[in-house]
Design a protein around this ligand. Structure first.
Ligand SMILES: [Fe+2]
Length: 290
């Protein structure tokens, strides 16, 4: 089996890891989960993070042919359109993005959004296969964190998105609209039924307590032995109770509102107004009855 070339790019402001995954034989490559830099307070968007990926690809002769999203992220904006504009790459995501679009279209009154996934170039179903050069990619639908999560299995590596975090940190939250802890558990068990030596690449790392460096690579065997949330022996009911208890105490991600409205359009902002300025929408909810 050909093994992929993998280069990780860590974005500290959002704790996100983007990847360039390449086929050493043909130098075709994919970018997984690229981050658009965005400062919520000032409204300033920047492409430094994505430019670093493009510069690396240029320097090392990788031809980026696709951008793969593991899901519609709620904690960072996607730089997929920027990568696409500079490489001609297509953008792919799980086909259940339609469900996520249906959930959030009314939340942001996005009347112009077609909730059919057509903002993306390719939609993947569970078990779909495609190739990065000569490297085979298999899509695994691993919902639970959101309805549309997919993992990409490439050689002995799986890019797990927001299903698992490093073993000492556990698992992703399952309390976003359409998320479900029980479904997440089943998706995780499916990932952990892969061979023990399978390498797993995380989408996020937050440094577990007591650890002073960021890490994003582990294995199925390591997760099964030592994941604080889902090591072998943790039952579905125990997991669901733990996850729901934990999720109840989590705060809303800083970039949730801008991220969702942009990412369900494949990373595109809505059209600029007549003054040439692009705006984001913040639905206002009153905490108390007025
Ligand atoms: Fe996420």
């Amino acid at each position: 089996m050909i093994q992929p070339f993998i280069k990780a790019f860590f974005d500290e402001p959002t704790n996100t890891i983007s990847y360039l995954v390449g086929d050493p034989a043909t130098h075709s490559a994919a970018v997984i989960d690229p981050v658009l830099d965005f400062d919520m307070a000032s409204g300033i968007a920047d492409t430094d993070s994505a430019e670093r990926i493009l510069a690396f690809a240029r320097e090392h002769g990788w031809r980026i042919e696709m951008v793969l999203e593991t899901h519609a992220h709620a904690d960072h904006l996607s730089a997929a359109p920027f990568i696409k504009a500079h490489t001609d790459a297509w953008i792919g995501i799980g086909s259940h993005i339609r469900d996520v679009q249906k959930i959030f279209r009314p939340v942001f009154a996005m009347d112009d959004l077609k909730a059919d996934g057509s903002d993306f170039d390719r939609l993947f179903d569970d078990g779909d296969r495609f190739a990065i050069g000569d490297l085979a990619v298999e899509v695994l639908h691993v919902s639970g964190h959101t309805p549309a999560d997919v993992a990409y299995r490439i050689g002995d590596a799986v890019f797990v998105g927001d299903t698992l975090f490093m073993p000492d940190y556990g698992t992703a939250r399952a309390d976003f609209p359409g998320g479900d802890a029980r479904t997440l558990y089943r998706s995780i068990r499916r990932l952990l039924s892969l061979p023990d030596e399978t390498r797993l690449f995380m989408c996020h790392d937050y440094k577990a307590p007591g650890r002073d460096d960021y890490r994003w690579e582990t294995t199925v065997g390591e997760q099964r032995r030592s994941s604080v949330h889902v090591h072998d022996g943790v039952s579905e009911d125990d997991f669901v109770a733990m996850r729901e208890r934990r999720d109840a105490g989590l705060s809303v991600p800083k970039l949730l509102l801008p991220s969702i409205q942009v990412n369900i359009r494949a990373g595109r902002f809505s059209e600029a107004e007549a003054n040439g300025v692009t705006y984001l929408r913040i639905p206002v909810k009153w905490a108390k009855r007025r």
